[in-house]
Design a protein around this ligand. Structure first.
Ligand SMILES: Cc1cc2nc3c(=O)[nH]c(=O)nc-3n(C[C@H](O)[C@H](O)[C@H](O)COP(=O)(O)O)c2cc1C
Length: 362
């Protein structure tokens, strides 16, 4: 309670854009696209509802660069084949109430939705539940321009920024992770090589959108798996991001490698990656966003007041209560009640929240 002022103070990003407070809806894949990669009326209402609730930044999850590597068939796809008019409607309504509406730029790589794609990752893998081919050097060299093109179209359609997705086990996160990335060219091996696709994507995107447009990166603090991308690697990526043109580093965790736990299935109390955020703060002066496990206003206030975190990212809490920022601001407690799922099957909790998203949209 004592730090309340901080959560509702504006924040200026390095590109010059000012966010009205420190609360972001972290990226959620809502599965509400129309199947051709375009927004639907339900989806527009969902983002309009969040904008009305008082958050500063609202990030649409998993907007694909091409239809070939979607994470699910309901993803948005934004490229030169898209009808920009339909994206403009989404941008306009989701940006009401001075909300910054960003697109998370995604490429599912090895985890592309198999029925409609041919999954490709940094290296070919043939494991129970994970089969993928290796992405070629030519395709890899093409990738930065694909991020750049989708970001430029996002800007033209009226979105307020983009987030490059390098977390949670999708393509750029696969490159960071030795579990997925066994290459021995300049994109594999040492962490300096494994982060190359991410840095190239940032540089190309910045060149395409100019200096004034927010570019964020979502990064795992680790894979939380033996032999995976670890905290020491992640700190090196944070240091490299500090030297890049990004405006915000969004820290979270979790991956979809076979057997891994989902970060949104976490049972811990309070923010999951706060200790890592404190270590990241020592490596960067860029704004840091922390996502994962926030359930109460006190946790959000304390994280910002600690100085380690500039922006708090909320996913499930904003599904349970889309007006949470305004309610917090107006001292309207109780906090949302998080349902408990003692024996949920793999993916079951995410599926439950996805259904709530559909209900809000409807
Ligand atoms: C339904 C659902 C969909 C999600 N989709 C994405 C996504 O598309 N991209 C992403 O980076 N994270 C995604 N996440 C993860 C969230 O952004 C967040 O990192 C995670 O849920 C932890 O935050 P929380 O404790 O506030 O829920 C999703 C989470 C949920 C519950």
């Amino acid at each position: 309670m004592q730090h309340r002022g901080t959560l509702f103070e504006p924040l200026q990003l390095p590109c010059g854009v000012t966010l009205k407070n420190r609360i972001a809806k972290s990226a959620m894949s809502d599965s509400l696209g129309d199947g051709t990669g375009h927004p639907t009326a339900e989806q527009i209402r969902l983002y309009q509802r969040w904008a009305a609730g008082g958050l500063a930044v609202s990030i649409i999850g998993e907007v694909q660069l091409t239809s070939g590597y979607a994470e699910n068939p309901g993803n948005l796809v934004l490229n030169e084949a898209s009808d920009l008019y339909r994206f403009r409607e989404l941008a306009r309504h989701g940006s009401e109430n001075d909300t910054n509406l960003w697109l998370q730029l995604g490429h599912a790589g090895a985890l592309a939705y198999a029925p409609t794609s041919r999954p490709k990752g940094p290296s070919a893998l043939d494991l129970p539940g994970l089969h993928c081919a290796e992405i070629s050097l030519d395709e890899l060299r093409q990738l930065p321009s694909e991020f750049a093109r989708t970001a430029r179209l996002a800007q033209q359609a009226g979105f307020g920024g983009v987030q490059i997705h390098a977390a949670r086990g999708f393509l750029l996160s696969q490159f960071l992770s030795p579990l997925f990335n066994k290459r021995n060219d300049e994109y594999g091996g040492a962490i300096a090589n494994r982060m190359r696709p991410l840095l190239e994507a940032i540089d190309a995107t910045r060149a395409a959108v100019g200096p004034d447009f927010p570019i964020a990166v979502k990064l795992n603090s680790s894979d939380q798996l033996e032999g995976g991308f670890d905290a020491e690697d992640a700190l090196k990526v944070v240091a490299a991001l500090d030297r890049s043109s990004v405006d915000l580093i969004d820290i979270s965790g979790g991956t979809y490698f076979p057997g891994a736990k989902s970060a949104s299935d976490g049972k811990g109390r309070g923010p999951y990656f706060l200790e890592f955020a404190k270590r990241a703060r020592a490596e960067t002066t860029k704004p840091v966003m922390l996502t994962g496990g926030f359930k109460t206003r006190a946790q959000a206030e304390d994280a910002v007041a600690s100085g380690a975190v500039d922006i708090v990212g909320l996913a499930r809490a904003l599904v349970l209560e889309p007006s949470l920022p305004d309610l917090w601001k107006a001292d309207r407690i109780p906090e949302p009640l998080f349902p408990r799922f003692p024996d949920a099957p793999e993916g079951g909790i995410t599926a439950w929240y996805t259904m709530r998203l559909t209900e809000i949209g409807e």
